[in-house]
Design a protein around this ligand. Structure first.
Ligand SMILES: *Cc1c(COP(=O)(O)O)cnc(C)c1O
Length: 147
């Protein structure tokens, strides 16, 4: 999600948040790590970014995950990842570390109207998210289209 979306979600949930300055429209991992505090629970990045289109290399994201406290959740929004060639999937980060990978059918598939995205979550996080889901979350038609 673009920073505006991250900010809106933080405000909606009344979470304290801060943003890290980018360098030439690109996420600066050192600025991001400088902004992280001991009480930071979640770090969100979008790659490629919207509207910048700039990409964070997989090894940098692995580095970022490694440098965060183990109980800090890293959310990697990959809404535009299908437009990148040669990028290495990061699903293993969610298998072994505190990380979530988010994708959407809205962009590469042109299915914004069905309002479906998907995420790759560690099992313990998926169980927590399921508790918060609206029972009317996604229509059967949308689920069918996404499937
Ligand atoms: C479009 C977009 C999303 C979310 O798309 P949905 O239509 O809500 O599934 C998330 N992140 C980024 C960076 C986007 O551009």
């Amino acid at each position: 999600m673009p920073i505006g979306f991250f900010r809106t979600i933080a405000q909606t949930t009344q979470a304290d948040y801060c943003t890290a300055p980018e360098s030439e429209l690109t996420v600066s991992l050192s600025a991001l790590l400088d902004a992280v505090r001991p009480q930071t629970k979640i770090v969100c990045v979008a790659t490629p970014g919207n509207p910048t289109g700039t990409h964070i290399a997989s090894d940098q994201l692995r580095d970022l995950r490694a440098q965060l406290q183990s109980d800090t959740l890293l959310i990697i929004d990959e809404a535009y990842c299908e437009f990148l060639s040669g990028s290495e999937p990061l699903f293993d980060l969610a298998d072994h570390r505190n990380a979530i990978i988010l994708r959407t059918f809205s962009k590469a598939y042109g299915l914004a109207v069905i309002r479906v995205g998907w995420g790759y979550f560690p099992l313990h996080i998926a169980a927590q998210i399921r508790k918060m889901m609206n029972p009317k979350n996604i229509s059967a038609a949308s689920q069918g289209a996404a499937s």
